[in-house]
Design a binder for this molecule. Structure first.
Ligand SMILES: NC(=O)CC[C@H](N)C(=O)O
Length: 191
């Protein structure tokens, strides 16, 4: 068996991430308090509601501990949708929303319009090829900082980015049957 991967399990679709990891033969550990981060090299932050995830992560001390571990270089992160919002440095229009702030990007929530609840699009992911993107009240990345690489775009807007050992997607790879993006993250994390 390879290493264990953490899945932040405060709110959102963490079960689907666990399923995807299982398909790859990887053991998942639900992270609900900061003690659960011990020994982990990689953490997935699911989609859901970024305000709730952020509020609970702050309350339980997870935010500070994850930030410390990421800055120290010992923890890789993969955020999907709400998870990606939580990682970002700035959230357009929500300056007070609790967030980790390690991804050098401005993220705009519900960027495809609130009325566009969800849609699916085939994307072209750099290094991976075609990937089916499921977007649900999806954000986009704007004003990317130095060192942030765009791995996929939709209508000219970045929807998958990477900064070192941090991967963030505006869409939900965990809702497809396709584990390639998770596998890519595991390689990035060295798990
Ligand atoms: N599918 C999702 O994760 C939606 C994210 C949600 N719009 C938010 O701002 O948190």
């Amino acid at each position: 068996m390879r290493g264990v991967v953490g899945v932040l399990a405060l709110q959102g679709d963490f079960r689907e991430h666990k399923e995807t990891l299982k398909r790859l033969g990887i053991e998942a550990r639900e992270v609900r308090k900061k003690e659960h981060l011990e020994g982990l090299k990689a953490l997935i932050v699911p989609g859901g509601e970024s305000t709730t995830i952020g509020k609970l992560a702050r309350e339980y001390g997870i935010e500070d501990e994850v930030r410390r571990r990421v800055k120290e270089g010992s923890l890789a992160l993969f955020g999907t949708c709400a998870g990606a919002i939580w990682l970002a440095k700035e959230i357009v229009g929500y300056p007070e929303q609790p967030r980790l702030g390690v991804l050098e990007a401005w993220v705009e929530r519900n960027a495809f319009g609130r009325q566009v609840e969800s849609f699916e699009e085939d994307l072209e992911v750099r290094g991976l090829g075609p990937f089916h993107g499921i977007f649900i009240r999806a954000p986009v990345f704007r004003r990317l900082g130095e060192g942030v690489e765009v791995l996929a775009e939709l209508n000219g807007l970045p929807v998958l980015v990477r900064q070192g050992k941090i991967l963030a997607s505006a869409f939900h790879p965990e809702l497809t049957q396709d584990p390639r993006l998770h596998r890519y993250f595991l390689e990035l994390a060295g798990v």
